[in-house]
Design a protein around this ligand. Sequence first.
Ligand code: SAH
Length: 494
Amino acid sequence: MTQNNNRPYQKGAQKKPYHNSKGGTHKPNIRSQSNDKNGVDVRIGQNFPLTIKRLGINGEGIGYFKRKIVFVPGALPDEVAVVKVTDVQPKYIAAKVLKIREKSPNRVKPLDEYADEVGGFELEHMNYDAQLAFKKDVLVQSLEKFQPRGWSDYDLRDTIGMDNPYEYRNKAQFPVRKIGDQLSVGMYKRSSHDLVDLPVVHTQSPATMKVLRTVRELLDKLSVSIYNEDKNRGTVKTIVARVSHTTDEVQLTFVTNTDGFPGDKALIEAINSALPEVTGIFQNFNPGRVSLVWGEETIKLWGKDYIEETVMGKTFQLSPRAFMQLNHTQMSVVYEEALTALDLTHADKLVDAYAGVGTIGLSLADKVGEVRGMEIIPEAVDDANINAKINHITNAHYEVGTAEELFPKWQSEGWLADALVVDPPRTGLDTALRREILRTKPEKFVYISCNASTLARDLVDLTKAYKVDYIQSIDMFPQTARWEGVVKLTRRNN
Ligand code: SAH
């Protein structure tokens, strides 16, 4: 459910910050021409006008050139654009906009001027209402494709958006490199290793940006060793700043190539006087040219071990690696929606599947008899159990393991779930879990999904025993194409 790094217990974990998956297809193609079976003759570099029909699930414009599908990032439905072909594949053409001839009324000027260069801003050129409508449409496209039972009659509720669809990311995780004389802290251009220095990022919380930009100046001023990828030498690779929505405290982590950190004392002193909001400073050691951002070992250099975040009245302690949704405001909306949809009673036994640090189950623990949750990352499970203690919750327990193993195991041991909430990563539910759900049919069932496509696929199975009461889309990631939703399912009588 959150983007942009390799935190282990994260939905849709991606290897590089803000790299969008679509960009990966735009490789230079040695075939300059493709005559496919439909006889579409098109070359890389060729220009033509194109009418955009709709947006694809990654937010890119879709048009047809002689009936072959063309993907054009940055183009909007009903626009006519002159496009230039960047790739030709048997099944599709990729192209970029040269000129918009007829503009969509939904087109707006992106606040982030580099929005079309780096990933994470796929929809910033579209007004927010149109973005919300698009997110509902993504769901429709996925349901149309998989056609789960009764799909055309589902109650698909309008996407819940944000009052301010900017400044929502509570964590910034940006690589640091020296480019010539300039110290850059920012994001990579799509499918490249060119780092763009980003003084302002409108989707990030201003607190995280302030810390990153100030730390950048201090690194420069104190001539702290910066990682050089070509030579595989130097120290600081990535800076991570995470702000607590609840306390405004910021946790700062330096991911380093070396296990030593020359100059750290002076740096910490300078940070202490320039940034009183930073209450804990950490070093994560991740040597060498690796695609994962975080290494295994994290040590505290200074300050507090945790920042604290409040979620639905419960307190969660977050160490640098502990997972928390990136958008606190919308996360609360998702949990509230899940709570409403579950309609719990004090007798219920609730399963919190794909639990992370237990935010969902612990938020709901005082509404039910008992909570059990499972999660594959041991550190997250430790955090979940610690979070239960901090909040004096005695009826919740988390175990390490997969949902597909532990859910059937508990049932076979006679611990029968009355209520089930699943919050899987983008891959959706494992077949074995779907089978067990169909066999045991918990009465109350809510599916929180971050991928409309795997949700629609899973519903093909799940609707054998359940009907879909409604699907509530929630915009967790404004300005991006990412979809999130809560599905209320009710057991069928037949
Ligand atoms: N519910 C949490 C976390 C959701 S992210 C929250 O709202 O914050 C999805 C989680 O599922 C990740 O923490 C991931 O580590 C975990 N996961 C992935 N595959 C799993 C599986 N097969 N069984 C259980 N958990 C899994």
